[in-house]
Ligand binder design. Structure first.
Ligand code: SF4
Length: 575
């Protein structure tokens, strides 16, 4: 089955900007109540997610009780000037997140109203953007939604015509033509947002090529409904869905080519889950290959693949130092990684069943089972560690405890930072160090072993590769992490700076791997491991350019670098 995701699917510039403004304020003003004037975007799932972070929509300023400690955000659709004055007079701190393109239409109306023009707004009567635009027309604005309404217009001498930014270009030109017949002197502005035009054009083209179309987005979102209507006109097998759960009953059997697009207010994490569901449907059709793909994806989603990767990296560390292979330590690393990842996901997940990461979907369905398997794994790793030596046991016990404390509120409630996970970048840094200790340092603790350059290289390789991989995955998931309030490195530093940091770390790691063997610090395996670094970067650049791949697939591809390191050990032994 061929699956195509529209390039224009998801947040438009105006919505992304409004969401970023709100999330930045939520991050900086932790002691103030944050409100949006109306729902920030027309997507119920995202609104619920924002509510869980204390960002609540209000319809009226009377709903705000503690005004001195409140911040009110004007959403991307904008509001009428009279309302803006009312908000200013209320004494509440107001932040304007109106989309600049909507601001441009407001300016046209304001300018022409001042010159005695009557303004005709072509748009949906009850849409907040149109209501806001009407407010700029000095009480002389007319809203026209259909051709029939255009026919009933009187001939007005000075008339200016604008469109709601999300109108369909064809419908707008037909209405404009009719207005021009009645008022030939009408001054017309094409104020349809280019993002809307491109999105609609792409959906029309895709619907003509595909056997089925999925339009993802809120049913209360006018632009999503319009996309679904346009797709339906070309392709009767069009499904307007709000959540991936609605796809359960759809039979993918008859469709060989499936197209997916989404409204301007649909967040990436919902599009991603939809792609994941389509992938599931696709793998069911592929028989043996599909079964393998499903197995691989299940392993990625349930952290089993990470655990296998940790075991492989532990073998790499031993081989780098030319130490005899001890599979017990590889098992300790695997069980430790599996248990801490699963327990942290179960402890740290969002309330009300919100699915923050693609993995939580699986965990939510079998919560108890995962909880007990994680407990058994941690117990198993401790027993194996005890079997090696008491120092290995104590070290593993301490890092396991530290790993479990990561999501727990351990700091006083007055502090801005309540748990380790609130520290920006802490996940990537602490996880890399924990993996480094488990895979590189634990295996040498059972002997009277003096730390040497070989151990340092093994530890740095471990920490480096885990840090680069996890940060790359966070770059790919930056939008959903922002919404969920996760303090990852890309959320804190931004994508560009994070990439520069990763490039520097990669170069250092590259140099260490290149020179460690000639310097006599490690075995010649270090040369083979350079391929893992190269793979990570090629894989990241590929995933970054391929939105059609779901988050689970991208994560799995990045994690394959660990398994690849394990294969490097095999190859190195053979050669
Ligand atoms: S669709 Fe266009 S005008 Fe509307 S919010 Fe998005 S970028 Fe702004």
């Amino acid at each position: 089955m061929e699956v195509k995701l529209a390039k224009t699917a998801g947040f438009c510039m105006g919505v992304r900007r409004a969401v970023d403004i709100v999330l930045k304020i939520a991050q900086q003003e932790k002691n103030r109540r944050i409100y949006t004037y109306g729902p920030l975007i027309h997507n119920p799932q995202t609104i619920e997610l924002l509510k869980s972070r204390g960002i609540n929509p209000i319809a009226n300023i009377e709903e705000i009780k503690d005004r001195e400690n409140a911040i009110l955000i004007i959403r991307a659709h904008g509001i009428a000037p009279a309302e803006r004055i009312k908000l200013k007079e209320s004494g509440i701190k107001v932040v304007n997140a109106t989309c600049p393109k909507v601001g441009y239409v407001q300016a046209i109306i304001k300018k022409h109203t001042a010159r005695d023009y009557t303004v005709i707004i072509v748009g949906d009567k009850d849409h907040p953007e149109v209501e806001g635009l009407l407010g700029y027309s000095g009480g002389r604005g007319i809203i026209v939604s259909t051709l029939k309404e255009a026919d009933q217009l009187p001939c007005i001498e000075k008339v200016c015509v604008v469109a709601q930014t999300t109108q369909n270009p064809d419908d707008y030109s037909k209405i404009v033509e009719r207005i021009k017949q009645i008022c030939p002197q009408a001054v017309v502005f094409n104020t349809i947002c280019s993002s809307t035009e491109h999105r609609q054009a792409e959906v029309i083209a895709m619907a003509g090529e595909m056997d089925a179309m999925f339009i993802v987005g809120g049913r209360n979102s006018a632009n999503t409904r319009r996309l679904a209507d346009l797709a339906q006109q070309k392709q009767p097998a069009t499904f307007h869905i709000e959540t991936p759960a609605e796809m359960e009953k759809i039979d993918f059997g008859p469709y060989n080519r499936v197209g997916v697009s989404a409204g301007a207010s649909t967040p990436n994490w919902i599009i991603d889950r939809v792609m994941d569901k389509i992938m599931e449907g696709q793998s069911r059709k592929l028989k043996t290959l599909g079964m393998l793909l499903s197995l691989w994806l299940s392993a990625v989603k349930t952290d089993i693949y990470s655990a296998i990767g940790a075991g492989c990296l532990c073998l790499v560390c031993m081989a780098l130092q030319e130490r005899p292979v001890n599979f017990s330590f590889a098992a300790i690393a695997s069980l430790f990684v599996y248990a801490t990842h699963v327990l942290n996901r179960l402890i740290g997940r969002k309330p009300l069943g919100f699915v923050g990461s693609f993995r939580e979907d699986a965990y939510l369905r079998h919560e108890k089972m995962f909880f007990y398997t994680a407990l058994i794994s941690i117990a198993g790793s401790l027993v194996l560690a005890f079997h090696q030596s008491w120092i290995v046991f104590v070290t593993l016990f301490v890092i396991s405890l530290a790993g479990l404390l990561y999501n727990m509120k351990i700091f006083p409630s007055k502090w801005k930072i309540q748990s380790l996970r609130d520290l920006p970048g802490s996940k990537n840094i602490l996880m890399s160090i924990a993996w480094g200790v488990t895979a590189a340092i634990l295996p040498v603790m059972d002997e009277k072993y003096f730390p040497d350059a070989g151990l340092a290289v093994a530890f740095l390789f471990m920490v480096g590769i885990v840090f680069i991989r996890s940060s790359m995955a966070d770059i790919l998931a930056i939008q959903s992490d922002k919404l969920l309030g996760k303090e990852t490195i890309p959320v804190f530093f931004g994508k560009a700076l994070t990439l520069n940091i990763l490039k520097v770390i990669s170069l250092i790691l590259f140099a260490i791997l290149l020179f460690s063997s000639p310097a006599g610090w490690t075995s010649s395996l270090s040369f083979f491991l350079i391929s893992c670094l190269l793979y990570l970067w090629i894989c990241f650049l590929f995933c970054d350019k391929k939105p059609v791949l779901s988050e689970a697939v991208k994560e799995g591809l990045l994690e394959t670098s660990y398994v690849m390191a394990g294969f490097c050990v095999l190859l190195w032994r053979v050669f």
